[in-house]
Ligand binder design. Structure first.
Ligand code: SF4
Length: 243
């Protein structure tokens, strides 16, 4: 094609685009993401959590958003008295979109059951909602997990704070060092503060009692830690009993 012909075609195309209405462009409405509606202030806790989950699933605030298979907002009761907070989704959670569904999750279910709680009566979430991977190009590889980096934790914190604000639990139980450090400060040592009552104040919210304990994955690696977690769970149960 001659240069002049090409220039003419380009001019014609530009003219048509400029004179057209956007409805003629053939961009199907379905291709565009639906606008995310904020729930009204009178919405139920369930509706607020679901609206939050929709925002989390659409989130790309940090690099984890572009490599995850599924975002993992959380699971459980919107009226939970206790929130269990872990580190972040792993392989199984990334594939299912639900927190604590692998071997650690099965152990967490047993721990909950031992004090009369369940996945349905508590709320389970993580400090980051997308899978941190050593090799983000290979989400199908097992053993590809890594702890979240500080910028990822910072980017995701508003979602966790909003979840805490909506649910308004009486108690937060952090599972493992990463979650405890994220909520209590980097300087803490999980082995030193495990089992000690602390407090966490979410942005714009009221202080909530916090009990740090070990992550179920740590118990799978070292069964000797089970007795400490059992002590913590007995304390949690006592705290939940009517005074
Ligand atoms: S980890 Fe959190 S901040 Fe990062 S993309 Fe996922 S939802 Fe968004």
């Amino acid at each position: 094609m001659e240069r002049e012909e090409l220039a003419q075609l380009t001019r014609e195309l530009r003219r048509r685009v400029e004179q057209s209405h956007e409805s003629e462009w053939g961009v199907a409405a379905a291709v565009l993401p639906a606008p995310i509606k904020a729930p009204s202030s009178g919405a139920s806790k369930e509706a607020k959590l679901e609206a939050l989950a929709v925002r989390i699933r659409a989130c790309r605030q940090c690099s984890l958003g572009s490599t995850r298979l599924n975002a993992v907002p959380g699971v459980g009761s919107a009226d939970a008295r206790v929130m269990f907070i872990g580190e972040g989704p792993g392989f199984d959670e990334d594939h299912k979109g639900e927190p604590f569904v692998g071997k650690s999750g099965q152990l967490l279910d047993k721990i909950l059951e031992s004090i009369g709680l369940s996945r349905q009566t508590v709320y389970i979430a993580n400090v980051v909602k997308c899978h941190p991977m050593k090799d983000p190009a290979d989400p199908e590889a097992r053993g590809n997990d890594r702890p979240p980096e500080p910028p990822e934790l910072a980017a995701c914190r508003p979602f966790l704070d909003e979840q805490i604000g909506v649910i308004a639990p009486e108690i937060i139980v952090t599972l493992g060092a990463v979650a405890a450090k994220a909520l209590l400060g980097d300087g803490i040592s999980i082995t030193r503060i495990r089992g000690q009552w602390r407090e966490y104040t979410p942005a714009g919210g009221a202080p909530v009692k916090l009990l740090p304990t070990f992550h179920p994955a740590a118990l799978l690696r070292d069964p000797n830690l089970k007795k400490d977690v059992w002590t913590d769970m007995k304390n949690l149960k006592k705290e939940l009993e009517p005074k």
